[in-house]
Write a protein that binds this ligand. Structure first.
Ligand code: DX5
Ligand code: ZN
Length: 220
């Protein structure tokens, strides 16, 4: 079985000590950096943009997994590639011509992901599943960290896994929102490959230890 991955969300990091928190993730058992970009339009919150990602990119030594919660993301694909982003995930609900957007992300040299809001059925991705490196299932409504996990997510993971298997695709399933020690293993058992965790990691007393415990939990 492939190793299951942890992607700490920097949205929950201490922005006044971002370099310190990035170094902590570098030294930890975490696999990716999860970077949440919010535009105040697609979601009711603004997080950070290019200058901050440029600073993150300078210190981060692991895969940059960037989750765009922005309308019409096609406008910035080249910019994210230039910043050193490895995986670029756009929202299904924010793209009119999703297939074209996926192509453009890959043409820019990045891996392509699509995120689904809690109300969006996984079947909408059936016709592009072989083009996708990753599907991100939102297990809270996008826009804020620290919200509680939506239980329906387990069903969505199972449905998506079935589509991936049926189509012989190698798409990874990433879960984002309200992930913690209680639901982590259950999410993996349902078919998830990558777990994003923000507040559960950064609000804990020993962040590095929390990451390694979570990593062990999902790989045992
Ligand atoms: C929410 C973001 C998440 C968020 C997760 O819109 O996409 O990545 O940081 O935070 P927690 O783990 O606190 O739910
Ligand atoms: Zn996210």
């Amino acid at each position: 079985m492939n190793k299951k991955l942890i992607a700490p969300s920097l949205l929950a990091a201490d922005f006044a000590n971002l370099q310190r928190d990035i170094e902590m993730v570098n030294k930890s058992d975490a696999d990716w950096f999860h970077i949440d970009v919010m535009d105040g339009m697609f979601v009711p919150n603004i997080s950070f943009g290019m200058p901050v990602i440029k600073a993150i990119s300078k210190y981060a030594k692991k895969t940059l997994d960037t989750h765009l919660m922005i309308n019409d993301p096609d406008r910035y694909i080249e910019d994210f590639a230039a910043l050193g982003v490895d995986i670029l995930t756009v929202h299904f609900e924010a793209c009119t011509h999703l297939h074209r957007t996926i192509r453009a992300i890959k043409a820019a040299g990045m891996k392509a992901g699509v995120a689904l809001n809690p109300h969006t059925n996984v079947r909408v991705l059936e016709d592009v599943i072989n083009d996708l490196d990753l599907v991100l299932i939102m297990s809270v409504n996008p826009g804020f960290g620290g919200q509680s996990f939506i239980e329906r997510t387990y069903n969505k993971i199972q449905q998506l896994k079935e589509i991936i298997t049926t189509n012989n695709a190698s798409t990874l399933i990433e879960i984002d929102g309200g992930v913690n020690a209680e639901n982590a293993k259950k999410l993996i058992d349902a078919g998830a490959d990558v777990l994003v965790a923000g507040s559960f990691i950064f609000n804990s007393n020993n962040q590095k230890q929390t990451i390694s415990d979570l990593k062990n939990t999902i790989n045992s």
